[in-house]
Design a protein. Sequence first.
Length: 217
Amino acid sequence: MSVQKRYVDEAPKIVSELLVPAELYLEAGVHIGTYVCTKYMKRFVYKSRPDGPYIIDIRKIDERLRIAAKFIASFEPRSILAVSSRPYGFTPVQKFAEFVGARHAIGRFIPGTITNPYLDIYVDAEVLLASDPRVDEQAIEEASKVGIPVVAIASTDAKLNNVDLAIPGNNKGRKSLALIYWLLARQVLREKGVLQADGNLPVSYETFETKVAAAER
């Protein structure tokens, strides 16, 4: 029996309560962690196997997505800065910013972006949304210096230094990042009342997915 099928079979009661069907989380690989688990991320792990990666609990992913979206929605859209230094996060971050009305920075994070108002690329942010605490370390450190709260998508190998709110999940996969950012965008708009409580974005989560060719450039 596959990990995916076993997970669904063992947690039938929570399937209907999630933001999306459990199968969609599993198909996108949002629950797949790494072969390393830090002390910070143990509480989010559903299962570990000696011959495979750590498996993240989709109930906790879902719960943290709701909490993070509610928190992010409390800020003015243009004061939200979403970042990704990881290529697979480029399109998800851009699409999230487009739908929410936030700002974004992809690729190498230029030092001073949120700490030096004299720079042309300076962003007056009030909350930072990072795709990976490891590769977005520069942005997270800057946010910490100026007292900007940090929300970060974190896999099992993450250290959460200077991260105020972690969203556990696979932050290395194209489909996983696409679904996470799609859900965040939808939930933020629901919290703001732009969408109804059961409203959907006009595009599927695949629209948020970075294409392989673009990621390899």
